[in-house]
Design a protein around this ligand. Structure first.
Ligand code: FAD
Length: 431
């Protein structure tokens, strides 16, 4: 192992591997360090991988990557105790090239992806924990690992160590994240024969479906549940911000048990066998929680930089794109021979010019608005269900009278002024 590399990337998740791949493709001497037994062994994701950002890195990756199903349908459920209001989109165009997105199992996908970085020339070292950055004269010059004599040096260190980035915290780039800035999610992979999945979700072999579930899935607290189809398994999970969990005294695994036995969900899982149980944090602080992302000799990418759009459950794509932008910056810095903070701040600029920060900025108030106003999930979801039940029940009442009754019951339950205020507040949070 050479003593000094051009780039050390810490963490072989989507962010780190993207950065390592692009740097290696440009001939840089790259060391990719992963603490897991292999890339993906410690990684958790509901499972939707977005085609666009992946294709920027590996054109037509779907021809060889270990993918589960192309997603052709996205459903949204507003779920009450014994009913659900549904909407969504199904399009066959998403089932053919170039596709829109795919379900994946991270243990397989991350391994394959990291292999691509290795084939491009990166050196991957597994089962190695980076314990701290080595700083000299205010500049990061390498990392210390848990291996004997495990100090390695580089012009630039890329921190892609995920949501709990201890390394950027040690550098003072951010404080300990608050409980309202992270969500705890638990999920289970449930094996089910593909014929059953196809029948239950109305799919063909090479078609997938995602369902995002709001309302009773989190017992009315801020958060969502999900149910995604793999080839012959389902991913089911539920998560809420840590602050919601603390306030409501909910336990994540109790919520998952509750979800699995919910009458709207249970039939979809019937006969399935639990294959894996996983828990992980998701950074959900959004725009206001993005830490410092560039310093002397160091940049921060992916979850470590809080780059997740929780409203659209986009995280892997932001991780990959930030990895790409960091790689471009490092390559330019190498050309200039300047790895100072002002030089690497080009990465920050690229990030802020990209869809990543633009989208986070759009939803900057969303999480806190919905967390501080529990009526959206606790009151409006049951109200929507009752309204739909009333509207679609054929009982001889004229439809105009039904509409009036529905409006009356909504305003009676919440008050006209409050309803108008809630609509305005929600619109402001997502506009
Ligand atoms: P990670 O994927 O967390 O990778 C970090 C890597 O760094 C890991 O391999 C870890 O082992 C390694 N590491 C950490 N510390 C060290 C260290 N000190 N030394 C060496 N290695 C280290 N996103 C989507 O796009 N679609 C979804 O459907 C989706 N669903 C999700 C569901 C759940 C339950 C969760 C938890 C997240 C979900 N996300 C989803 C978010 C997505 O998983 C993340 O945004 C994405 O994985 C971030 O990639 P990353 O490379 O930044 O971090």
């Amino acid at each position: 192992m050479p003593e000094k590399f051009d780039v050390i990337v810490v963490g072989a998740g989507p962010a780190g591997t993207s950065c390592a791949l692009v740097c290696a493709q440009k001939g840089l001497n790259v060391l990719l360090i992963e603490r897991g037994e292999y890339p993906g062994s410690k990684n958790v994701m509901g499972g939707v991988l977005y085609r666009k950002q992946m294709e920027e890195l590996i054109p037509e990756f779907w021809k060889e990557a270990p993918l589960e199903r192309p997603v052709i349908e996205q459903r949204f459920w507003m779920m009450d105790k014994e009913s659900v209001v549904q909407f969504g989109y199904k399009g066959l165009e998403w089932g053919v090239e170039p596709y829109n997105n795919f379900t994946v199992l991270r243990a397989q996908f991350d391994q394959w992806f990291a292999k691509k970085a290795v084939e491009a020339g990166a050196l991957l070292i597994n089962e190695t924990v980076v314990t701290e950055c080595i700083v000299k004269n205010g500049k990061v010059i390498g990392v210390r690992t848990d291996r004997p004599n495990g100090e390695v040096y580089a012009d630039v260190v890329v921190l892609a160590d995920g949501v709990n980035s201890l390394l950027s915290k040690q550098l003072g780039f951010h404080k300990e994240f608050r409980p309202d800035e992270v969500a705890l999610t638990v999920m289970e992979v449930i094996n089910l024969p593909k014929e059953k999945i196809n029948d239950r979700f109305n799919l063909e072999d090479n078609q997938g479906c995602t369902i995002e579930i709001f309302g009773d899935s989190t017992k009315g607290n801020l958060g969502t549940a999900f149910l995604y189809t793999n080839k012959d398994s389902l991913n089911i999970g539920v998560g809420t911000t840590l602050s919601s969990m603390i306030k409501s005294k909910m336990k994540p695994y109790d919520l998952l048990d509750y979800l699995k036995t919910h009458p709207m969900v249970k039939p979809m899982l019937a006969g399935g066998e639990s294959a894996e149980y996983l828990a992980h944090l998701i950074p959900e602080g959004g725009y206001r929680s993005v830490p410092k992302v560039a310093g002397n000799g160091v940049v921060v990418v992916g979850d470590a930089a809080q780059l997740v759009n929780a409203i659209h459950r986009e995280g892997s794509n932001m991780a990959m794109h930030s990895g790409l932008l960091a790689a471009e910056t490092v390559i330019e810095a190498k050309y200039r021979g300047d790895f100072s903070e002002s030089s690497l701040n080009l990465y920050r600029q690229k990030l802020y010019d990209s869809f990543i920060i633009k989208d986070l900025e759009k939803y900057k108030d969303a999480t806190h608005t919905f967390e501080n106003n529990p009526q959206y999930f606790k009151e409006y979801v049951p109200m929507m269900n009752k309204a739909m039940s009333k509207f679609f029940t054929v009982d001889g009442t004229p439809k105009r009278d039904k509409q009036k009754e529905i409006m009356k019951s909504v305003t009676a339950e919440r008050g006209t002024f409050k309803v108008i205020q809630d609509i305005y507040r929600a619109w402001k949070a997502v506009k």
